[in-house]
Design a binder for this molecule. Structure first.
Ligand code: FNR
Length: 180
């Protein structure tokens, strides 16, 4: 069976730079099988909701996480941290502890921002959170995309910066090597 990489975008914004980066990553790697894993339909995490079984949106989300061989998270940073919608999704995916779909799941981290630090703070937090839920975070490569607004063609909704394209491509290749 071919390796399937799930893609989670940490922004719900329609014109999200991170979504465009994720879409470009998929376009650029046509031989790789990707699967979008959406998080916008997830309710706020609440243990009371688990008592009678996970809501449908959560079941769908968790089975998508379970079914893919690895996940690349492409996310912005909010206030030097993880966007709430993404943290919410990760909390759902961490349940039940020890046997959750995130257990041992290989995870890659990419982030883009118009600012100068390329989501470095959010990625540090993501690493900590993911390791707590016993996911395996890609250890060698880091991909921080700063000044992303200058690297995107908004009209065509594609990444236009050649250097960033190369970084993305080698990130995906090395991530695949690692999980295989
Ligand atoms: C931001 N932004 C931001 N950027 C950054 O580099 N570090 C930060 O700490 C923050 N903090 C932050 C908080 C909040 C509430 C918002 C709405 C935004 C700017 C952010 O990087 C920018 O809006 C991106 O365009 C968001 O990513 P998407 O939606 O384009 O993918």
């Amino acid at each position: 069976m071919a390796t399937t990489i799930g893609i989670i975008c940490g922004s719900l914004r329609e014109q999200s730079y991170n979504r465009i980066i994720a879409q470009s990553l998929i376009q650029m790697n046509k031989s790789v099988q990707f699967r979008w894993i959406e998080i916008k339909e997830l309710p706020f995490f609440n243990e009371d909701l688990e008592v009678n079984g996970d809501p449908d949106a959560v079941l769908l989300f968790k089975s998508a996480v379970e079914e893919v061989d690895g996940i690349i998270i492409v996310s912005p940073e909010y206030n030097s941290g993880i966007p709430g919608v993404l943290k919410n999704a990760l909390d759902w995916s961490s349940r039940p502890p020890k046997t959750s779909p995130m257990n041992k799941k290989p995870i890659g981290l990419i982030g883009a921002t118009p600012g100068g630090f390329g989501t470095a703070f959010a990625q540090m937090q993501l690493r900590q959170v993911l390791e707590t839920m016993q996911a395996q975070v890609f250890p060698f490569q880091k991909l921080f995309i700063s000044q992303v607004h200058q690297k995107i063609n908004l009209q065509e909704q594609v990444l236009s910066d050649e250097k960033t394209k190369k970084y993305l491509q080698s990130y995906v290749e090395e991530f695949l090597d690692w999980i295989q």
